[in-house]
Design a protein around this ligand. Structure first.
Ligand code: ATP
Length: 269
């Protein structure tokens, strides 16, 4: 193999101003402002239906905003030419193509060398000739990650990519994503229901509440982060407490006691 490593320091800075998205009479995102630094790892949490995926889809240019704009490294997103990749809960592999061919999907030329390198990076070097049906759920997500990495993305958008995995596989995948991000330094936006996952991985945790940024919390904990550490638990509990005090459809001016103690949960439902 001639080329075995992919580029690093790829991150792009995003500036989101007055972003709005309405579906008929329903306003999902309201005048949302958000700055994300180049190479930053940002987690987005919030109640189901608060607009997390809508925000990600707008940044991925899979949807059109009703108002506002997004700039990438100072240029309007649509004209910025940045490479953005998405990962979902479902790996979305083509079952009739090998693992290697799934990684190199749509590429021409000498893509095999880079596909092998991407597979090695996600720990699947020996699985290139297998079929997706021969892989576990965690391995399929690794292939999806390799399929993103081969493009050397500047922006990686992760929409609950680990949501269907068992707890141990989930932690292994979190560690893998962190390692790969630390190496390449692309910008990451991770949508997750798991506040613990957000605190474990992100530089900042953003809480979307009724279409706005309800909380923007920096996570100044050294990496790799020990989930049992006091600072970790306090941060996680603080974010969960905030989520639980803001039931869907209620204004934040009316605080309510959470029905369940925040310490007993780590999921923002
Ligand atoms: N294409 C669409 N047409 C109409 N309504 C939509 C469309 N896409 C999203 N919505 C609505 O926008 C709201 C926010 O959806 P979104 O998927 O962004 O929420 P979410 O925070 O990602 O939720 P979850 O955590 O459950 O995935 C929901 O009420 C949803 O029904």
């Amino acid at each position: 193999m001639t080329q075995t490593t992919l580029e690093s320091d790829l991150g792009v800075a995003l500036a989101i101003r007055g972003l709005a998205r309405r579906f008929g009479t329903q306003t999902v995102l309201h005048d949302l402002d958000l700055d994300i630094g180049a190479g930053e790892f940002v987690a987005i949490v919030g109640r189901s239906g608060c607009g997390k995926s809508t925000l990600l889809r707008l940044i991925a240019q899979l949807d059109t905003a009703s108002g506002g704009d997004i700039h990438a490294d100072g240029a309007p997103l649509a004209r910025s030419g940045i490479d953005t990749r998405l990962m979902f809960q479902d790996a979305r592999l083509l079952p009739w193509k090998t693992v290697l061919a799934n990684v190199g999907l749509g590429l021409t030329g000498d893509w095999q060398v880079r596909a092998h390198a991407a597979l090695a990076e996600v720990g699947l070097a020996g699985h290139a000739d297998k079929w997706p049906s021969q892989l576990s759920g965690g391995q399929r997500q690794r292939v999806a990650l390799a399929r993103a990495l081969i493009h050397q993305p500047q922006l990686l958008l992760l929409d609950e990519p680990l949501g269907a995995l068992d707890a141990l596989t989930r932690i292994e995948m979190q560690q893998l994503i962190e390692r790969i991000w630390q190496h390449h330094r692309f910008t990451v936006l991770l949508v997750t229901h798991d506040v613990q996952e957000a605190v474990a991985l992100a530089d900042r945790v953003i809480l979307v509440e009724q279409g706005r940024i309800g909380l923007d919390t920096p996570v100044a904990l050294p990496r790799p982060r020990a989930r049992g550490a006091a600072g970790f638990a306090a941060l996680e509990e603080g974010i969960l407490d905030h989520v639980l005090r803001q039931p869907e459809g209620r204004p934040s001016a009316i605080p309510v006691e959470p029905a369940i103690a925040p310490g007993a949960l780590r999921w923002a439902l």
